[in-house]
Design a protein. Structure first.
Lengths: 253, 276
């Protein structure tokens, strides 16, 4: 399984200041090819920090990351064309139109037939009506769809999504989740997502990594975790872990 | 929404393509904003007009050196080359910060050196768009054609642009390290070296101990060389080579500062979080 891991994180840690509590504390996990794995945890659990390290935006304090067979510390430029991400913490240039932004990122990723790829993405994510509107003048939901279009511009093998359906109404959110499921199935892609939306995590994920204070306190399929904690849904499991103040988490490890 | 995902996309990335992509992002902004285009040429033109008038009004009282054709106007235009080169690179960088786009940029396959090269190319475009109209206006208003300097002008131009880039790399490093609180440095930092860059007066005017500091700056050699040329003493190869040598050192220091700032930003996680 380890050899088929698209992401292999080994004893990964991040401490922002000497003496401060670690934001990520020696976590290890494997994301198998073709799977969807969710990072679940409260605010400050270490989800965004973990994703940032996987993307190479943040240097780990310790540990090792292997993505698509490449060591991210030494060889990340061999992998970056094959992955992409979307996050509500990062914007696209506001003054550029949606089409211009997608054209820029298509060039950055070396997409050959940019015009048809942009048309394809516009169809996929229903962007056609506002392709020539400045990105800064879009609604929050439209921005989220454009961010997803940018994340798919290179048809990545590995997609890292930080709260992919934030700001979307329930109907559009549901549609995006369906689109991600189809993308994974048809492209054979691997998805790692961080989300606070428990329904989303239950629906999309094969495996859930429960994070608390920078540590993985439990993991398994949504069904396995719900059964293990004797609950009816993942939200109750999340609350159990969030309110355990560490005791349950340590027991689970 | 059709909802049909794409098949694997054919990717052919190259350094040139990625540099062009970042340039395109900035050119889109310039193309879409006439006020930005006007702003590029506004200050160089105002500066040139003011110094041209000063030259004309003081001409009767000036010595032969200062009266030499176009000394002050040339100094203004050449100094603006350095300032605009630095500012052009810094502004292109700040555009990414203002739009919180650095995170997207640095998870794409672009290498830091490619990104810096694209900022330098944009700086060149912004500088030429700013200074060339002012230089053309100087011909109309004061009958002073800086292009008549010929090949030496190219030598001055390249040296001043490179100095501007070296200073800009330090600005980038400081903003990457200290965040948007250091934004003001993009406009201010270059003026720290202007009093000792011998722009409007020779290095010999400075106190003895400061002359050594001034001669460690590439612009001091460029402006000394410019005055020599305009006073009919020909092109001083010594000043030219000194400026080139010092620029190599300055650019190396600027690159080292940038790499330090970039690594610090990756260590602190500020590539994902920086913005307005």
């Amino acid at each position: 399984m380890l050899s088929d891991g698209v992401i292999i994180a080994e004893r990964l840690s991040k401490r922002f200041h000497p003496g401060a509590a670690p934001a990520v504390d020696g976590i290890s996990f494997v994301v198998p090819r073709g799977s969807t794995v969710a990072l679940l945890g409260g605010n400050g659990a270490g989800k965004t920090t973990t994703i940032s390290m996987l993307l190479g935006l943040l240097l780990p304090s310790g540990g090792r990351i292997t993505v698509l067979g490449h060591d991210m510390a030494r060889d990340r430029f061999a992998v970056l064309p094959r992955m992409n991400f979307s996050s509500p913490y990062v914007d696209l240039p506001h003054r550029l139109t949606v089409r211009e932004n997608l054209a820029v990122y298509a060039r950055l990723y070396g997409v050959r037939d940019r015009r048809s790829r942009i048309a394809e993405l516009a169809g996929m994510l229903d962007l056609t009506g506002f392709l020539d509107r400045p990105s800064g003048k879009l609604s929050a939901g439209q921005k989220t769809r454009v961010a997803l279009a940018k994340a798919l511009v290179n048809a990545p093998e590995l997609l890292l999504l930080d709260e992919p359906t934030a700001s979307l109404d329930p109907d559009t959110g549901d549609w995006v989740r369906g689109m991600l499921e189809r993308y994974r199935a048809e492209r054979g892609a691997t998805i790692l997502l961080a989300s606070h939306n428990m329904d989303e995590v239950e629906r999309l994920s094969d495996q859930v990594l429960m994070l608390k204070a920078g540590r993985i306190v439990d993991q398994g399929s949504p069904e396995h975790l719900i059964a293990k904690y004797g609950r009816t849904d993942l939200e109750e499991v999340f609350l159990d872990i969030a309110r355990s103040r560490g005791a349950l988490g340590q027991a689970a490890q | 929404m059709s909802g049909t995902p794409a098949a694997p996309t054919d990717l052919r990335g190259s350094a040139g393509g990625r540099i062009a992509a970042v340039m395109l992002r900035h050119l889109y902004i310039l193309r879409g904003s006439i006020p930005r285009l006007i702003e590029l040429a506004y200050w160089p033109t105002v500066q040139m007009v003011v110094w041209g008038l000063i030259t004309e009004s003081l001409a009767p009282a000036m010595n032969w050196q200062a009266q030499a054709a176009g000394v002050l106007i040339s100094a203004v235009l050449l100094w603006d080359l350095l300032f605009r080169a630095q500012l052009g690179m810094s502004i292109s960088f700040l555009e990414e910060m203002w739009s919180r786009n650095l995170g997207h940029l640095f998870v794409s396959p672009i290498r830091p050196w490619e990104w810096v090269a694209s900022l330098m190319a944009m700086s060149l475009i912004r500088t030429l768009a700013g200074v060339v109209p002012a230089a053309l206006l100087a011909i109309l208003l004061y009958h002073w054609n800086i292009f008549s300097l010929g090949l030496p002008l190219l030598a001055f131009f390249v040296n001043l642009i490179v100095t501007g880039w070296a200073v800009a790399l330090v600005v980038l490093a400081l903003i990457l390290r200290y965040g948007m609180g250091a934004e003001g440095l993009a406009w201010a930092i270059v003026f720290a070296i202007s009093p000792i860059s011998a722009i409007y007066y020779p290095v010999s005017v400075l106190p003895g101990w400061l002359q050594g500091v001034a001669l460690a700056l590439p612009p001091a050699h460029v402006f000394e060389g410019m005055r020599d040329l305009l006073h009919g003493q020909g092109f001083d190869t010594g000043h030219f080579l000194a400026a080139v040598g010092l620029n190599v050192i300055w650019l190396a220091l600027g690159c080292a500062a940038f790499l330090w700032g970039f690594r610090t930003a990756r260590d602190r996680g500020s590539l994902l979080q920086q913005g307005e």
